[in-house]
Design a protein around this ligand. Sequence first.
Ligand code: HEM
Length: 330
Amino acid sequence: MKNLLISILAFFILALLALGIGLNHSLAYVLIVIVPYAAFAILLTGFVYRIIKWGSAPVPFRIPSTCGQGKSLPWIKTNPVENPSGAWGVIGRMAQEIFLFRSLFRNTDVAIVDERPVYGSAKWLWFCGLLFHWSFAIIVLRHLRFFVEPIAPWIGALSALDGFFEIGIPTLYLSDAAILVGLTFLFLRRVVVPQVRYISLFTDYFSLLLIAGVVTTGLLTRHFFPADLNAAKTLAMGWVTFSPVVPQGISLVFYMHLCFVFVLLVWFPASKLMHAGGIFLSPTRNLASNNRGKRHVNPWNAPVKVHTYEEYEDEFRDKMKASGLPVEKE
Ligand code: HEM
């Protein structure tokens, strides 16, 4: 409970700071010209630092999680996805993990029925997790329209598809509704389920609240306090062409949107959000399960002085023969 309260407090302080920055026009220059580059540099260096650190951690043994028959004798049916023995199997399994959250699909729940534990399938976490991540990705991809000129046709097509049902003016994007559902589920799950609340840390709540801050201010900007989209485009093009300008007509809510985004960029490499990069380095996922076919020797094994059987026999042959023990070499 303490972690939840502290993260809510931190979020409100952040929201107030964002509001203050939005209201104070003299800070606009700092927010638009300096902070974006600083935040992006922190994101990039932090991301690369953590990936290099994880990537250089020794993985002497093959420890893939296996949920199916590994490659064995030719007449035994193997399961190349659940227990991949080669690179293609690993790539296939990784792709399913990354795009479909395959292992989360196996999530189970336990309930006590007649004083006995009963396990059942629990798909809501998988579904809402998928909803959240996919809609986040779609929203970020749609935002590319601000950052490229001319706007690539696929960005327009993605936006058109996302607003397919043409609900309201401006159109409500499906990804916006989906991310709200996903975020609400993920947050409430941590608050409502006692076991999950018990293991939830500040970073768990704060990451969700921060993303919720970005999304709600984005939605408010689109539907209730419209931003000058030309100004947004000028702003974004200024950043990518390294000639940032502070355009007129930026609304308060849009300033808050930007503030939350920049904090998210800085928070990303320092937090659990790094699982976006870490998943690729997970040895339980990215290693082929080929222990039966290939001998893996720990590269930093200390040199051990061995005494082979041949040497042993050479040393004791006379004594072995004298006591009637069989020998390999006469
Ligand atoms: C992590 C990054 C970001 C996320 C998750 C995000 C999220 C959102 C969401 C959910 C909306 C609601 C409407 C929509 O989905 O398009 C929105 C709107 C908006 N965002 Fe962002 N945003 C991000 C970064 C940015 C940046 C860097 C800019 C700077 C140009 C920006 C500018 C805008 C504008 C101008 C709108 C209003 C769009 C409209 O009225 O159609 N956003 N954002």
